[in-house]
Design a protein around this ligand. Structure first.
Ligand SMILES: [Zn+2]
Length: 185
């Protein structure tokens, strides 16, 4: 959640990535339905002048989203900003490596508790906990285990914990937060 100062890198992504890569980032990281339209608009606009301000970027995103779709949902630019932020920070790579390291450093009985603010992040946490709690990853057709992997985590939260309406009312950012907990065996 660090607002940080990544404006230079964000501008690099927006001004130098090709249309295909921009669309992929917007679609995968932002879950933006109009990713290809927005990517096309970015490329069209930056041929006229470099995109240097968030205001310019918001205008481009709005131009890429059909008017009817702009009327519902949150701010039309939210998904695209999120997507660029993830690309700039390599957040998902960092998350996977962090989860691996944190799990290895736990003492038996120690717990890892992760709060994520985005469904892609939550999915990574969920899958990490699942893999670490399953152990053996051998294909089902092999009669005996050859991988030798053993479970090292027990999942404590089958479903992620989320904020109740009163907490969301007090702290709107809690709306997208999901907490998962696992325990080292
Ligand atoms: Zn196995």
């Amino acid at each position: 959640m660090d607002p940080g100062n990544n404006t230079l890198n964000a501008a690099e992504v927006i001004n130098t990535y090709n249309e295909h890569d921009l669309a992929r980032i917007l679609r995968v990281y932002g879950e933006e339905k109009f990713a290809s339209q927005i990517a096309r608009e970015i490329v069209r606009r930056r041929e006229q002048e470099p995109i240097e301000t968030t205001g310019q970027f918001v205008e481009i995103i709005k131009a890429g989203i059909p008017a009817a779709a702009r009327r519902h949902g949150g701010h039309p630019a939210k998904k695209s900003f999120q997507a660029i932020r993830i690309e700039v920070n390599h957040e998902l790579d960092v998350l996977e490596r962090g989860l691996d390291a944190a799990t290895r450093w736990l003492n038996p009985g120690g717990r890892i508790c992760v709060i994520s603010y985005h469904s892609l992040e939550d999915r990574i946490v969920k899958n990490h906990f699942k893999e670490m709690s399953q152990g053996c990853t051998c294909p089902p057709e092999i009669p005996v285990c050859v991988c030798g992997n053993v479970p090292i985590l027990k999942v404590i939260t089958r479903k992620p914990l989320v904020a109740q309406p009163d907490e969301v009312a007090r702290n709107p950012r809690a709306r997208s937060a999901k907490i998962r907990v696992a325990q080292r065996l």
